[in-house]
Design a protein around this ligand. Structure first.
Ligand code: LLP
Length: 420
């Protein structure tokens, strides 16, 4: 059963009524369930049991220290893409040796930060980056444990902005160049080639592209080994999708079978980088209704959350379920509405064409499955504050990031002396 469920007609997160959170912490606010995160991690780890795999949580999905700490306590590693995420992962208690640094555009400073911290792996995505990493590592007198991210030129069925595995995308090194670049890396001072990495996209609901990509990776490993190059580690990336509305989601056992069939017998240590699958369904965005209104064409429910708090619907046309915090009594009129925010753009919506009972000022709604790529993508557009975050644990709840008041953000601006 979901940790977000009605009890006595009121929607709860674990043992805490969302109403209570709204009253004590204000809205809009993200609410995460610690046990939902833990259950998702344990399910993933259980499925990969026996595969010599490390789960490096894709921190970009939700970088709150309390979320990372929840996973660190269960033994997770981390996949980071910036110095900021690296510092969060370390502060949350992830062992540096279990941290992978991904991304096409690491700066020299970020590389130095990663090497000084003693992180386990840097995934390099171009020959230019390989050369720079070698220089930075030499400067520090260390060898950078390096994996080459290959691009297998495989299409996935997901939103175009988050597919990453075709040659038209900026990611990785074309797989046909992998042997040459890997060999070059193995001769580059400051570089210690440890393996290959891949990541074909996000919110993928079909296992077939994973199978093709991992099989291509396995071929690549065999080719490298024939050429006398050592490959110790394979990083399989993230990308497993979740259910937002009624999607059928691949089981983790079936995913593990794909891993076993394709790369399981190569004797490599494996890394997986799930983000969304660990935290996506573990969080909601709680928002209060401000007004309802109708035009000759549509009905709108205007809430206090907006695209600056949850960008996914606007940016990807992503669909999130919206649920009232008070269970409809039954028999009442259900209306098809757009749930929109206060921002001055038609693109500012949280859900289009959803069926909800009549809602009026003060009613609470939960925008579901907002634990991944929600708070991390928030901004303060339109002079709004930065949305806060709460974590629930049984009957307890705690603010894990307070709402950032617009006044505090305003105070960061500086007037140049030539404008005074
Ligand atoms: N590893 C790498 C190298 C990645 O680029 C990503 C996500 C992950 C792992 C984690 O992927 P996941 O398991 O969460 O699918 N903002 C978008 C998603 C962007 C994903 C970027 N990369 C969204 O809201 O749907």
């Amino acid at each position: 059963m979901s940790v977000f469920a009605y009890r006595h007609g009121r929607l709860h997160a674990e043992g805490v009524a969302l109403e209570t959170i709204a009253e004590t912490c204000g809205t809009p606010v993200y609410v995460y369930s610690r046990s939902a995160i833990e259950d998702a991690y344990r399910e993933f780890a259980g499925a990969l049991d026996g595969l010599n795999a490390t789960i490096c949580y894709g921190v970009k999905a939700n970088a709150n220290l309390a979320v990372i700490r929840t996973l660190a306590r269960l033994g997770a590693g981390a996949d980071v893409v910036s110095g900021g995420e690296l510092s969060r992962a370390v502060a949350a208690g992830i062992r540096p040796a279990d941290i992978v640094f991904s991304g096409v555009g690491k700066t020299r400073d970020e590389m130095a930060q990663a090497l000084a911290a003693g992180i386990g792996q840097l995934n390099v995505e171009s020959e230019a980056e390989l050369a720079v990493l070698g220089e930075v590592a030499q400067g520090l007198g260390v060898n950078a444990p390096t994996a080459l991210r290959v691009n297998p030129d495989i299409a996935v069925d997901t939103t175009d902005k988050i597919a990453t595995g075709r040659y038209e995308h900026k990611f990785g090194i074309p797989i046909e160049d992998a042997a040459r670049v890997y060999e070059r890396g193995s001769r580059t001072p400051g570089i210690r080639m440890v393996g290959l990495a891949i990541h074909i996209g996000s919110q993928i609901l079909d296992l077939a592209p994973f199978r093709s990509a991992f099989a291509a990776l396995a071929d690549c490993v065999r080719g490298l080994r024939r050429a006398g190059l050592a490959v110790e580690r394979l990083d399989l990336g993230g990308g497993l999708g979740i259910a937002y509305i009624d999607e059928t989601v691949p089981g983790l056992g079936s995913f593990a079978d794909v891993v076993r069939d394709t790369v399981g017998s190569l004797g490599c240590g494996l890394v997986v980088e799930p983000g969304r699958r660990l935290v996506g369904n573990a969080g909601i965005l709680l928002s209060r209704v401000l007004y309802s209104k109708e035009t000759p064409e549509k009905r709108f429910v205007i809430v206090d959350a907006a695209m600056n708090d949850l960008l996914r619907p606007t940016l990807y046309r992503a669909r999130h379920a919206v649920v009232p915090a008070t269970r409809p009594a039954g028999g009442e009129e259900i209306r098809r509405v757009d749930v929109v925010g206060p921002i001055c753009e038609t693109g500012d919506y949280l859900a289009l064409g959803v069926d909800l009972p009549m809602l009026g000022e003060g009613d609470l709604v939960a925008i579901m499955s907002a634990g991944a790529y929600g708070a991390v993508m928030a901004s303060y557009y339109n002079g709004r504050g930065l949305v806060g975050e709460v974590m629930v644990h049984g009957d307890a709840h705690a603010v894990i990031r307070p709402f950032q008041d617009p006044a505090a953000l305003q105070a960061l601006d500086r007037l140049p002396d030539w404008l005074e």
